[in-house]
Ligand binder design. Structure first.
Ligand SMILES: NC(=O)c1ccc[n+]([C@@H]2O[C@H](COP(=O)([O-])OP(=O)(O)OC[C@H]3O[C@@H](n4cnc5c(N)ncnc54)[C@H](OP(=O)(O)O)[C@@H]3O)[C@@H](O)[C@H]2O)c1
Length: 329
């Protein structure tokens, strides 16, 4: 039987999700990759227990994570059953729906029928009565926003989720959804966005400032640019066990001599700060306004621990360091 480390809460920092009462660990374990059918179950379980032993109380899933879709939730359900469920009241479980999940018109988007039935399927796969956070995974331009808001509010009112969150919404979309949900006395707690030293597209939208104004926190995904912001590719070689080698979500072609030269400079800055490149990349994201939690994906426990050890270093970034980092971004 699993017994969690007693000192776990002393190892983590917690931040509020926007203006809500929900406190999130600054690092959440993400299940997009490495929790599918071809993964090693023992390693998955080790990662989850290691995360929780280090104060990571938040686990980020989605209906379509696997592969195949649904498999990450199934594996997480198994880990809960194997022992983690005795800590159910100490953990935040999130799932999402929005991307295509099953054939036909009711298996995707932002309509009420899809969102409610998808969450029911997710609950069944994980063996849960409720999730803590339910996300609309991506905006759906084909469904009226007030229907999506109605579905999200219903999900909370029916007890299927405690909190509602958004993903990949721009500042205008978050503002509109926040307004629509206010009619139901529901406030979105988070918006999930991709952000890293190498990908700051949302800065153009002034997203973080706007989220802050709306009282919505942000959950950052791909903070390591899917592994680019680590030592992994600096030699110019693409290791077999890597996302770039899989060449699906991270294309090998992005690893150019120009990128490697920038990564080398960034690594020098990190080293002067007493951090690895990945630890500086995580500190960079944590320095942004309104960031409540940073979602980290890891292939194994060693990667996870290197990332969590960021909190053993000084995560503050001075203005001069920030300017220097951005000059290679
Ligand atoms: N809302 C959305 O639409 C959305 C989209 C994407 C992701 N997400 C969420 O965000 C989570 C994180 O996204 P992500 O996986 O792209 O994040 P990421 O942290 O940028 O990338 C994770 C990958 O980086 C590599 N890595 C991590 N730590 C490392 C280390 N210390 N040393 C060397 N390599 C390391 C591993 O790649 P290798 O596998 O190559 O070893 C790992 O799989 C996902 O799991 C998911 O929960 C949400």
């Amino acid at each position: 039987m699993y017994t969690a480390a007693e000192d776990r809460y002393g190892k983590m920092l917690y931040r509020r999700a926007g203006e809500s009462g929900l406190e999130m660990p600054v690092f959440t374990l993400g299940f997009w990759h490495n929790f599918g059918e071809s993964g090693d179950y023992e390693e998955m379980r080790r990662m989850v227990y290691t995360a929780f032993d280090n104060g990571v109380t938040s686990f980020d899933l989605a209906n379509n994570y696997g592969p195949p879709g649904g498999e990450a939730e199934r594996n997480f359900g198994r880990i809960l059953k194997d022992g983690l469920s005795s800590y159910r009241d100490e953990i935040i479980i999130s799932t999402k729906a929005g991307y295509p999940m099953w054939p036909g018109p009711y298996g995707k988007g932002g309509g009420k029928k899809y969102l409610v039935s998808s969450l029911d399927q997710s609950l069944k796969r994980m063996g849960l009565d409720y999730v803590d956070v339910f996300y609309h995974h991506c905006p759906d331009p084909d469904t009226p926003m007030d229907e999506t808001a109605d579905a999200l509010a219903y999900i909370v009112q029916s007890g299927r989720a405690l909190y509602i969150a958004l993903s990949k919404y721009d500042a205008k979309g978050v503002a509109q959804m926040t307004e629509l949900l206010s009619h139901y006395h529901v406030h979105p707690v988070l918006n999930q966005v991709r952000y890293s030293i190498l990908d700051r597209a949302f800065d153009r939208d002034n997203l973080f400032v706007n989220l802050n104004r709306l009282g919505v926190g942000s959950a950052i995904f791909s903070p390591l640019a899917q592994g680019l912001l680590t030592d992994k590719y600096i030699s110019g070689e693409v290791p077999v066990n890597s996302r770039a080698h899989e060449n699906v979500y991270l294309k090998e072609s992005v690893i150019t001599a120009g990128l490697i030269a920038r990564l080398e400079e960034l690594r020098k800055i990190a080293s002067a700060r007493g951090q690895s490149l990945s630890q500086m990349a995580l500190s960079f994201v944590l320095a942004q306004r309104s960031v409540s939690t940073v979602l980290i994906g890891a292939r194994n426990t060693e990667q996870l621990m290197e990332n969590l050890r960021t909190l053993e270093t000084d995560i503050r970034i001075s203005d001069d360091e920030m300017r220097e980092i951005l000059s290679y971004a």
